[in-house]
Every structure is written in C-alpha cells, then in structure tokens.
Design a protein around this ligand. Structure first.
Ligand SMILES: NC(=O)c1ccc[n+]([C@@H]2O[C@H](COP(=O)([O-])OP(=O)(O)OC[C@H]3O[C@@H](n4cnc5c(N)ncnc54)[C@H](O)[C@@H]3O)[C@@H](O)[C@H]2O)c1
Ligand SMILES: [Fe+2]
Length: 394
C-alpha cells in the first residue's frame, strides 16, 4: 500500500494500553507487572473452563510467590452479562482489591474492564453504553488473552449483555483500555479447531472493517494491514495444526493488531449485525461474524471499491490494477475461508426456524443501527437493507 499522505488527512488520535508485553511465556511476568503498578490485592477475572483446566491456579501461585494476594472470580459466562459484572464488583469490594486482571477470551477480559470502571464510577453500567460516557478512570487493569481473538486486550471497547433488554451493549471509552496487556500465544495452544476458526475470523473481521471503515486513518491502517496479512498467513495452519507454535504466535499478534486497528478506526456493519444475533440466539461472537462476513462484504463492496481491492491484495488473493476483479477475488476468498474452516450458514447456527429468525429481524436491524457501527460502514444501510442482508445470509 502507498504510504498515506499524513499531512492531508484530518486529525486522528491513537489509543493503546500503556504497555504491551508480547511473546512466548510473557504471562510469567504477570505478577511482576502487577507489582510494578503498586498492586497489593488483585482480583483475577476468568471463566469456569479456565479454572477447571488449572490455568487460574497457576497464576494465583505466581502472585503468591511474588508476595501479592490474589483472589479469583470465575462466574463470567460467554457474552458476559450485567449480572456477571455486578457479582465481580462485589467480589472486588469483598477483597478490597486494588487491581483487576482479566484472563481469558473476550468474555472475561470485557467483564474485567466493566468491573474496573464500576470500581470508580457509579452503577448502573448501562448509562456508560455508547461512546465516551465514563466520567472517571477505572481501577488499574491488566489483560491477558487466551484466545486469538477479540483483541480486547488492546481496545477501548467492552461488550456487555443487558439480558432484560436482550441487547449486547457496545461501550467505547478510554477508561475501558487496559493499563497493561500481556500477550502470550502459549495460552492459546489449547484452543480446539472450531474455537480457533471462530475467534480467528473475528480477528480478520476487525482488520477488514477497520481498513474499510469511514473512520479509517493512517495509524489504524498500519495495524489493520498487519492484522490481515498475519491472518491470511496463519489462520488455516492454526486451525489444522493446533500445536503449530508459529501459527499460534502469528494469530495472537494478528488479534492484538486487529484490536489496535478497530479501536482506533472502528468496526462496521458485520459487527453491527452480529451483536443482535449474539444477544438473541447466543451464537458465539466470532461465528456470528463469520456467517455474515461474505454477504455483508458483497453488499458493501461498491462503497469502498479501492479499499476492498487493496485488502484483497494484502490477503494475497489479487494482483495490482483492476479493483473490480480484486473485489470479486475477495468475495471468493471469504466464501472459501468459511468452507475451509467449517463455518456454515446463518441457518446452521441460530438454532431456530427461519420464520422465528425472520420475525426478529426488524428488531435486530434497529439494534444494529442503534449501536452506531453500521454508520461507519463504507455503504450505510437502511433498516430494510439490514433485514434483507439477514435474509441473504440465512
Ligand atoms: N472488547 C472488545 O474489543 C471485543 C472485541 C470483539 C469481541 N468482544 C467480545 O468478546 C466475547 C467473545 O470472546 P471470545 O470469542 O474470545 O470467547 P469467550 O471469551 O466467550 O470464550 C469462549 C470459550 O472458549 C474458552 N476458551 C478461552 N480460551 C481458551 C483456550 N486457550 N483453550 C480452550 N478454550 C478456551 C472459554 O472458556 C469459553 O468457554 C464476546 O462477548 C464479544 O462480544 C469484545
Ligand atoms: Fe469482534
């Protein structure tokens, strides 16, 4: 890609964690990092599965060896809820904790972000939904991803489900940014192939949506390009060969770069349409993105033909010149990727009949538009067009 003419672009800013530690075994530095932030009583937020596999105990011991008291809170479900966050906040208060660790996939990391913010800002959490709504900085926060992944360790975003309203609330604020991110691909080696595929397509979607977004900017572009390149090179191998360390390392870096990209640009229509599917039908986040990605890209192509063509070239599926051909090559790539990684159609993942699903579509389209993400898409859809896209992805 040609270097952007920075002086000609409108002002943009770049947010990231204060420190990012990356590499094999990096999570061994967790207690030392917490100590360097002055922590004395730490709450580790994780989920049941990570507790059962012994990972959590390993970190609690690490803290004990460093002379820091650590307690665990594991009641975080996939797509964390306001209830999960409030229970975590109560655990933090009981502990009188002064630092949060979010350990796991996007769900525990997002829950830890929300708990950290509520440690210094009054509930209810829902008042902080949307953009830049948090008045005060939260408690110090270290995030350690075990999936590759949401990139949440490097974003200003948290996504928490309000079960009463069946809404996945998207919240973006500097207070949801980690103080420190520790990115250790060895923690992702245990992911089974289907999880690798789903979270990996989430990563790729972050890179692609950040790159074509109306909020794209030169800094975010750097990370979006890296995210796409790394995903194209490593996702298939990580899926087929779970023990391939190079592929795992590549995908972990892709995920963090994807987070830096979209948190400083934006996600767009795929994520906007995906969240209501998660909220209503409990489809894993990466999978609901994956089933939408080809159709939404087909619809969006004309809004940013040159950018999509460039993305196809970065992914290695198109040559220079002829943007239209490159756009078509991108669509074929996304279709084939879903086939290779065992991703079906929308009808295969929602667990309800077409009639039931379609009955919800107008409401889901409204929720998608209310999140603000579709408005960042290169082609901005109407409510009716979103409903039609759900129908096409079925
Ligand atoms: N904040 C952000 O910037 C951001 C970005 C994208 C997605 N999200 C949110 O993140 C959530 C999804 O996160 P996710 O896709 O990482 O999944 P997840 O955290 O919900 O985890 C899914 C499952 O994978 C298991 N798991 C985690 N690591 C594992 C490992 N190394 N080996 C085996 N199993 C493992 C978990 O225990 C869980 O059962 C959604 O709520 C989504 O909305 C947030
Ligand atoms: Fe995502």
């Amino acid at each position: 890609m040609d270097a952007p003419l920075v002086t000609l672009t409108p002002p943009s800013s770049f947010w990231s964690p204060r420190k990012i530690v990356v590499g094999a075994g990096a999570s061994g530095q967790l207690a030392a990092e917490a100590k360097s932030l002055g922590a004395r009583r730490v709450l580790i937020v994780a989920d049941r599965r990570l507790a059962e596999c012994g990972l959590l105990d390993r970190f609690v011991r690490l803290f004990a060896d460093a002379g820091v008291h650590a307690a665990e809170f594991c009641d975080v479900q996939p797509d964390p809820t306001i209830d999960n966050v409030m229970q975590g906040l109560a655990a933090l208060r009981r502990l009188d904790g002064d630092l949060l660790v979010g350990l796991g996939g996007g769900s525990p990391m997002d829950a830890a972000k929300a708990i950290a913010v509520l440690a210094a800002n009054e509930p209810p959490l829902a008042q902080y939904a949307g953009y830049d709504q948090v008045p005060r900085p939260g408690a110090p926060l270290i995030l350690v991803p075990t999936t590759a992944g949401t990139g949440s360790e490097a974003t200003r975003v948290t996504v928490i489900t309000d079960e009463e309203r069946s809404v996945k609330m998207m919240m973006l604020d500097k207070s949801f940014m980690a103080t420190t991110a520790i990115v250790d691909y060895e923690l992702s080696l245990s992911m089974p192939p289907s999880l690798t595929a789903h979270v990996g397509i989430d990563t790729m979607t972050h890179g692609l949506e950040a790159f074509v977004s109306r909020k794209a900017n030169p800094w975010a572009d750097l990370y979006a390009v890296s995210c796409l390149r790394l995903t194209a090179r490593h996702l298939d191998t990580a899926y087929r060969e779970p023990d391939n360390r190079e592929a795992r390392a590549g995908m972990m870096l892709a995920a963090t770069h994807g987070g830096l990209a979209f948190s400083n640009s934006s996600v767009a229509l795929v994520h906007g349409m995906s969240r209501p599917i998660g909220a209503n039908f409990h489809v894993p986040h990466g999978l609901s993105n994956a089933v939408l990605l080809p159709e939404v890209t087909r619809y969006s192509l004309s809004g940013a033909a040159a950018r999509y063509a460039e993305a196809a070239r970065i992914l290695g599926v198109a040559g220079p010149g002829n943007d239209e051909a490159a756009g078509h090559a991108l669509l074929s790539y996304l279709d084939e990727q879903n086939r290779r990684l065992g991703v079906g159609r929308l009808r295969d993942v929602v667990g309800v009949t077409q009639g039931e699903f379609m009955g919800k579509c107008e409401e889901m389209a409204d929720a998608a538009l209310a999140s603000g993400s579709p408005q960042n898409n290169p082609r901005v859809p109407t409510q009716a067009e979103i409903v039609e896209l759900y129908r096409r992805a079925w």
